[in-house]
Each structure stands twice: as structure tokens, then as C-alpha cells.
Write a protein that binds this ligand. Structure first.
Ligand SMILES: NC(=O)c1ccc[n+]([C@@H]2O[C@H](COP(=O)([O-])OP(=O)(O)OC[C@H]3O[C@@H](n4cnc5c(N)ncnc54)[C@H](OP(=O)(O)O)[C@@H]3O)[C@@H](O)[C@H]2O)c1
Length: 280
């Protein structure tokens, strides 16, 4: 199937029966349409893995756009609290909660905290992720299983809760990776867990079209965070594969995520958006 055929089928699917998978919790709430000016005014966002890196930049960007933001960490509570302080200092609204996305009960508690603080959720960014790279022959069971628990099951936990609770007119973004196309050696297991985000987004978009919720996967390329953590020579190699001659900053990716979440992003639905400066 060509990409165009796939896109056309997805567009048709967006018109699927309105009642499909309509979560009771979301149904009970009033749709919050973005108001002119700031796209997030009156809306709330949950960003998993937002104590640092791409998630932190996204939380701050969405807060600047007017969203009340729920920040999340696994272990770096001080960093999560710092992101909230920064948002508040700039006049925004935010809370933070520790929650391991691999634990469904913790994910539910994260959404509950957002609900209690902000009354509901309009935007969910499933961003928390880890990258363990090794040649197939050297990959340990432990490294593989942790990646599956965080990236595959963890993001599923987040997207399931998002499917139940995101208000009509909302946005859901699952963070994939350009590794799914680059197919680098040592990235096999990681890329497989990230390819799952693209399947999740495509299928979930078809389930939630009746609530006018756009669901996409966004695939960053090499980005300057602890996860990328490449030695200088490899960073330079990666930069040379990007037409701008540099790797991405977390803010570059956050800007692309914010564009999908804004009102004008509605018609981008069920897609894999490569936000990588032209990497490959
Ligand atoms: N950086 C890149 O080059 C790149 C490229 C393509 C895709 N991505 C994707 O982008 C996303 C963010 O990556 P990043 O580079 O910003 O990573 P990062 O700097 O390592 O940050 C990872 C974030 O995820 C959180 N986290 C990790 N495991 C978690 C769990 N089980 N439950 C809740 N939170 C958890 C971390 O919290 P703590 O601070 O508490 O540990 C941290 O906030 C990932 O999904 C990654 O696969 C990154």
C-alpha cells in the first residue's frame, strides 16, 4: 500500500461511527475549544516524561501556549518540580507527579491528579521513553524488557487512559523516533518499540475520530538530550545527515508538537510526522 493510499484510508476512517470508543468520562465533560490568541487557553495537557529533554521543552512550550500542564517524571522529582516552577514563574499553570508509565495504576493516578487540578484533559503527549542500544548479539534480556515495559506497554497505558478521558476536540501525540526509518545497526529493539507508537496512533485515530480527537505519532531525529548521549564524533555524523548541519534541540521538537496540538493541526490525523530537520 502506498503512503497516499494509506493516508486516504485514514481520512475515510476518521469519519467512522461517532460513538466508537466514546469514553464515558470524556462524554460527560464539556468540549473545550481553543480560543483565539493562545491555542491552549482553557485547555489542559499531560506530558509524560517531562522532567527533562523533549518532554520538559514540550511542557514549557504548551504552558506558553496557555495550557495548564501536568508534568511527569520517573525518578527526577527535583527536575519535574523545577519545570513546574519555571512555568509558574512565566505566568503559567502546572503541577507535577511522579508516575512510572509502565504501571497502569500509576498512569491512572497521573490522569486523576490532572483531573483534580484542571478539571479534565485536552492534550496528551505520550513522550516518556528510554533507549537501550546494542547489537542483537549483545542485547541483554533486562535492557530489552525495560524498553518494552516503558516504551511499548508504558505508552499503551498512557494512550489507553487518554482514549478514555481526552475531551472532544483534543489531541493525542505518541512520540516515535526517526530510528524507525533509519534502521541503524544496534537500534533494532529500540526502533521496534518506537514503530509501535506509529501503529498505536494510526489505529487510535480511527477510534477517536467521532470525538474530533486527532491522534498522531511524531518522530524526532537526533536531538540534544541525555537519551541521545552520543560521543562528539557520532553527534557530528548525525549533524551531517541533517540539511541544517546540526542536530535538533528539544525546543525544535516541542514546537512541532505544539503545532499539531493547535487548532489548525486538526486535519493532521492518523499520521507519522517526522520532526527531524530533514534527517536521513
Ligand atoms: N533525543 C533523541 O534523539 C530522540 C530521538 C527520537 C525520539 N526520541 C524520543 O523522545 C522521547 C523523549 O526523549 P528524550 O531524548 O527527551 O529523553 P530524556 O532526556 O532521557 O528524558 C526522558 C524522560 O522520560 C522520563 N521517563 C523515563 N522512563 C519513564 C517511565 N518509566 N515513566 C515515566 N517517565 C519516564 C524521564 O524521567 P526522569 O527524569 O525521572 O528519569 C525523563 O523525563 C522518548 O520517547 C524518545 O524515545 C528521542
Amino acid at each position: 500500500m502506498t503512503d497516499n493510499t494509506r493516508r486516504s484510508l485514514l481520512t475515510l476512517a476518521a469519519a467512522a461511527p461517532a460513538a466508537l470508543a466514546l469514553g464515558a468520562a470524556a462524554q460527560a465533560q464539556t468540549a473545550k475549544a481553543p480560543v483565539a490568541g493562545r491555542p491552549g487557553a482553557g485547555r489542559a495537557a499531560i506530558v509524560t516524561g517531562s522532567s527533562r529533554g523533549i518532554g520538559a521543552a514540550t511542557a514549557k512550550r504548551l504552558a506558553r501556549d496557555g495550557y495548564a500542564v501536568t508534568v511527569n517524571c520517573l525518578t527526577n522529582r527535583d527536575l519535574a518540580a523545577g519545570v513546574v516552577r519555571e512555568i509558574e514563574a512565566a505566568g503559567g499553570k502546572a503541577i507535577w507527579r511522579q508516575a512510572d508509565v509502565a504501571d497502569p495504576a500509576a498512569v491512572k493516578a497521573l490522569f486523576d491528579a490532572n483531573q483534580e487540578a484542571f478539571g479534565g484533559v485536552d492534550v496528551v503527549i505520550s513522550n516518556a521513553g528510554i533507549m537501550n542500544v546494542a547489537p542483537f548479539a549483545a542485547m541483554t534480556d533486562e535492557a530489552f524488557d525495560r524498553m518494552v515495559a516503558t516504551n511499548l506497554k508504558g505508552s499503551f497505558n498512557v494512550l489507553r487512559e487518554a482514549a478514555r478521558r481526552t475531551r472532544p476536540g483534543g489531541r493525542i501525540v505518541a512520540i516515535s523516533s526517526s530510528s524507525t526509518q533509519a534502521r541503524n545497526p544496534t537500534h533494532g529493539a529500540y526502533a521496534a518499540t518506537k514503530a509501535a507508537q506509529e501503529m498505536y496512533a494510526g489505529c487510535l485515530a480511527k477510534e477517536l475520530g467521532g470525538r474530533r480527537i486527532s491522534v498522531n505519532a511524531l518522530a524526532p531525529g537526533p536531538t540534544n538530550t541525555a537519551l541521545f548521549n552520543a560521543p562528539p564524533a557520532l553527534r557530528e555524523q548525525a549533524a551531517q545527515r541533517i540539511p541544517y548541519g546540526r542536530i535538533g534541540e528539544p525546543e525544535d521538537v516541542a514546537n512541532a508538537i505544539a503545532a499539531l496540538c493547535a487548532a489548525d493541526g486538526e486535519w493532521i490525523n492518523g499520521q507519522v510526522v517526522f520532526a527531524n530537520g530533514g534527517f536521513l
